[in-house]
Design a protein around this ligand. Structure first.
Ligand code: DI6
Ligand code: FE
Length: 401
């Protein structure tokens, strides 16, 4: 990126602007973009470049396709250790729920994350963030949720913010204190939720470390009523809410979260029609996580027809985490979203740009190519936007421009 606020022109390129409402990626062929250090100033056909921009420095993009940098709106990127041994257990037939009930699962990553210093956490997470960027991702949501006490949740959120500073990428943080019950609270989940509400949330809000508050509402995690308590406090503190909902069963968390104004509800394999209707009414984004679906060998698919039918905006994310989705690749998620879930390439790409931005409350700022939006742009060596959903396991050449 430019160091000064000099205007420059990107030219000899094609655009997938991802402007709302179009079923064709918002294509502009033989285009030009005028940008400054931070923002897009002008977009259109190169032939119509206004006179006042014609003598600016130009970058010739050699017929590449320019898209908004991808937005990964659901990740657990910051953690220590790995869960390879549990993966091997699962390959031998032990279920994800059983591993969690036996004291492994999320809690084993909690132990590793608590033992790591902030610097170690950053060092272990940095390669994942760098991989994400190599796949064209420019904004990353990062959740806490492997600390599960005041000190270690704060450590995780600080590490997330610091990773954004180190790499110069946009990081949006979510406080996920209600992710799992820490071992020291075994049998006392109400007491733990009291601590989340009375101690953790207020302190994290004062420190400005969370851009949103997330809860895992599930029979292996927290109940509907406990979820409501956390959300009520978040709303009181002025923080947007999001939900891990209906991943392993239907707890009706999404309906409640939507009625409380949630930005997004995520996972959704077991979502029913009432939940979809409530999400449509509140403009809550449905975040689909095909990596977790694949890695847990889930067979129940999220109800894409229902979401589409009710006009719920769909986003796609990696869910990058050591237990249920150890991936950093949004292009791979595009392939899975079209192949497993039946999204169209246009829906899938909107899901990692425009709709993912909306899931973070940043829909007016990132995820589209238009004047006034952030100049977070990536040029791809592809023949058409759908090619990004077509190949899998490798990633076309791309460059931040
Ligand atoms: N759902 C998920 O898929 C991740 N968290 C959650 O609530 C899994 C996190 C993990 O297994 O470490
Ligand atoms: Fe998750």
């Amino acid at each position: 990126m430019n160091s000064s606020n000099q205007l420059t022109v990107l030219t000899n390129c094609h655009l997938a602007t991802m402007r709302g409402g179009s079923a064709d990626f918002g294509v502009v062929e033989n285009a030009a973009i005028v940008r400054d250090n931070a923002n897009i100033i002008w977009v259109g056909c190169a032939k119509k470049l206004p006179q006042q921009y014609q003598n600016l420095p130009q970058t010739d993009l050699d017929q590449r396709w320019v898209l908004p940098a991808f937005v990964d709106c659901h990740t657990h990127l910051v953690y220590a250790g790995n869960r390879i041994a549990e993966f091997e257990q699962r390959l031998n037939g032990v279920s994800y729920e059983q591993i969690a009930k036996d004291g492994g699962g999320i809690v084993s990553t909690v132990k590793a994350t608590r033992s790591a210093s902030e610097a170690e956490l950053i060092a272990q997470s940095l390669p994942r963030l760098q991989q994400m960027q190599s796949f064209g991702t420019g904004t990353i949501e990062i959740k806490s949720g492997y600390g599960l006490n005041v000190e270690d949740e704060i450590k995780m959120l600080r590490a997330a913010r610091e990773l954004g500073n180190i790499e110069g990428v946009r990081v949006s943080t979510s406080f996920l204190g209600a992710h799992a019950l820490p071992p020291e609270f075994a049998g006392q989940s109400d007491a733990y939720i009291d601590m989340v509400v009375e101690e953790m949330l207020p302190e994290i809000a004062v420190l400005g470390l969370a851009d949103a508050v997330d809860v895992f509402c599930e029979n292996i995690a927290f109940s509907l009523e406990q979820t409501r308590q956390v959300f009520e406090k978040a709303i009181l503190l002025g923080l947007p809410i999001r939900l891990h909902g209906e991943q392993l069963s239907n707890s009706h968390g999404c309906q409640m979260a939507a009625e409380m104004g949630a930005l997004s509800c995520d996972h959704l394999e077991y979502l029913d029609e009432d939940g979809a209707k409530a999400m449509a009414n509140s403009g809550t984004v449905a975040v689909l996580l095909p990596g977790a679906f694949y890695f847990l060998r889930e067979t129940k698919k999220p109800p894409v027809d229902l979401l589409r039918g009710h006009g719920v905006a769909m986003a796609i994310a990696t869910d990058c985490n050591p237990g249920s989705s150890p991936t950093t690749s949004l292009p791979l998620m595009l392939s899975m979203a079209v192949t497993f879930f039946g999204l169209t390439p246009d829906e899938a790409l909107a899901g990692i740009t425009r709709n993912a931005a909306t899931a973070l409350g940043l829909g007016e700022r990132i995820g589209q190519i238009a004047p006034g939006f952030a100049a977070d742009l990536v040029a791809w060596d592809i023949k058409s936007p759908a090619e990004l959903c077509y190949g899998f396991g490798a990633c076309p050449l791309n460059e931040r421009v």
